[in-house]
Design a protein around this ligand. Structure first.
Ligand SMILES: Cc1cc2nc3c(=O)[nH]c(=O)nc-3n(C[C@H](O)[C@H](O)[C@H](O)COP(=O)(O)OP(=O)(O)OC[C@H]3O[C@@H](n4cnc5c(N)ncnc54)[C@H](O)[C@@H]3O)c2cc1C
Length: 471
């Protein structure tokens, strides 16, 4: 460290960690605890918004043999592994998937020893109290706890330091070029851990993958995850895995900011209403499954609609049945007035709602919110609404605009169980390791299950740090 407690960017470091979120901090702490003399974390963001997407998180899924104060019961290896196979439809590297599950065994204990506090198990719309530990104070508190512990262990951090190039010769890392406060510098280190997220905040890259529609996506997390290092590594011969159009995308409130809106922009009303596109038409079964299970498909569905926008319409019967959004709903006394407020054609919207109402219903006393055995479905409507199809007929009427909100992308650097980056010719790089979102595609070829992003970051962060310390 220099006099002003700023890290010395001129010296040679033992382990350089690129990124400042969960995976990076796990790697940095693990490297220090496994004997690395000096560890430097490079975080592109300013200190007050450090922690990337990790600061938006709430929970992590991990294998455990028995329940405790924070988890309501056991989550054994086979169940976890099968859940993963189910959501990915087998599109996973089975060795790495099995490894991730096994290495997550009781990882909550390691986390608590490093500054994480869990909150006692609670009931909620996500129903994850048995499988996932919830962070007391959310991801921001977790990240602050990790930074505190890392500092105590002697890990140095340089904020506002963005990696813009990497020097790699014959698969061996020698230095990183950074821009720090407007100045370019070369930082030399013996080993490097790449833990700087996906490319979801890079609109140009999203457009390359998805087409011009991507310009209308909202980015739920940090604007700093631009995939710069992923691209650099691709150009330097690293093997990538995954499809650039795969990732986690949900429908969020269309009024959310372009970046960093976080969890509060989430909307849980879809299964209680109907969803119309700009042409005032329904386009998918809103009652296909219990909401958390179908949560992750609606981002893509809205992304396929004109101008990538949609509107969820509900009535007074449903307004209190879901977690409220941070934005108040658009409200009106009639459907036509509501349509006008949404700048939609009132006649067409009324027609769509009337058509739905004519085919919806049955014995309304059988309505079971949050229960897939609900029998209320439409008859003869295309597309159908197969559950919770109550007529929308009780004023006031409400609407929420929806837009696709991208959480993270899956295109990744290929790694092995030592978290080594695989270079051309299937050769593991000697001193280049990777963790977190940057490697998620190795185990998540498609689909998602809540809390698994943090599992990948914690497991491979710890492995990468340990391996980097022992090069
Ligand atoms: C709103 C929201 C809620 C979520 N909730 C959950 C949840 O509850 N549970 C869960 O498991 N997952 C959740 N996720 C996903 C989760 O955030 C990620 O899987 C996880 O945080 C990834 O951690 P990471 O360390 O790989 O990346 P990040 O936490 O995004 O960290 C990447 C870091 O790299 C830095 N960086 C990027 N490029 C550079 C560069 N060129 N040079 C230097 N630094 C750079 C960034 O500033 C950032 O600090 C959520 C995501 C969002 C957006």
């Amino acid at each position: 460290m220099t006099k002003k407690n700023k890290p010395d960017l001129e010296r040679t470091w033992d382990v350089l960690v690129i990124g400042g979120g969960n995976a990076a901090l796990c790697a940095a702490m693990s490297a220090k605890e496994n004997g690395a003399g000096s560890v430097l974390v490079l975080e592109a963001s300013p200190k007050d918004v450090r922690g990337g997407n990790s600061r938006h998180t709430r929970n992590l899924r991990y294998m455990h043999g028995q329940g405790n104060r924070f988890l309501t019961g056991p989550y054994p290896e086979e169940e976890f592994y099968n859940d993963l196979l189910q959501v990915t439809k087998g599109n996973t590297n089975e060795e790495l998937a099995r490894f991730t599950v096994q290495q997550s065994n009781d990882i909550g204990d390691w986390m608590m020893a490093h500054g994480c506090m869990f909150q006692p198990a609670m009931k909620g719309t996500l129903s994850l109290a048995r499988t996932n530990g919830f962070f007391l104070g959310g991801g921001k508190a977790l990240i602050n706890g990790y930074y505190r512990t890392a500092a105590k262990l002697g890990v140095a951090v340089s904020y506002e330091t963005e990696v813009v190039d990497l020097e790699i010769e014959d698969g061996v890392f020698t230095s990183a070029t950074v821009v720090h406060k407007g100045e370019k510098k070369k930082i030399v280190a013996k080993t490097v851990v790449l833990a700087c997220g996906g490319f979801q905040a890079n609109l140009d890259w999203l457009e390359e993958a998805w087409g011009p529609e991507a310009r209308n996506f909202l980015v739920r997390g940090t604007p700093f995850d631009k995939g710069t290092v992923l691209r650099l590594m691709q150009n330097k011969g690293a093997v990538t895995i995954g499809d650039p159009t795969q990732g986690h995308m949900v429908a969020i409130d269309g009024r959310s900011p372009k970046y960093d809106g976080g969890i509060v922009t989430r909307l849980d009303c879809v299964s209680f209403g109907i969803v119309l596109n700009k042409n005032c038409e329904r386009f998918y079964d809103e009652g296909e499954e219990i909401w958390p299970k179908r949560y992750a498909i609606w981002g893509r569905l809205v992304g396929q609609q004109p101008e990538q926008v949609a509107y969820c319409i509900i009535d007074a019967k449903s307004i209190d049945l879901f977690m409220p959004s941070v934005f108040p709903p658009v409200e009106a006394g009639t459907i036509e007035e509501l349509a006008a407020k949404l700048e939609l054609d009132p006649i067409k919207v009324k027609e769509t709602v009337d058509n739905f109402n004519r085919t919806a219903g049955g014995d309304l006393s059988q309505f079971k919110p949050g229960d897939i055995s609900d029998p209320l479905s439409t008859q003869g409507l295309e597309p159908p609404k197969t559950h919770w199809a109550r007529p929308i007929d009780k004023a006031p009427f409400y609407a929420y605009p929806l837009r696709p909100g991208i959480t993270f992308t899956y295109l990744s650097l290929k790694i092995n169980t030592r978290a080594q980056v695989i270079m051309a010719g299937d050769k593991p790089a000697e001193n280049i390791f990777a963790a977190g979102e940057l490697v998620s595609g190795n185990v998540l070829g498609q689909g998602y299950m809540a809390g698994f992003g943090m599992t990948i970051g914690t497991v491979f962060g710890c492995v990468a740090g340990k391996e980097a310390a022992n090069v």
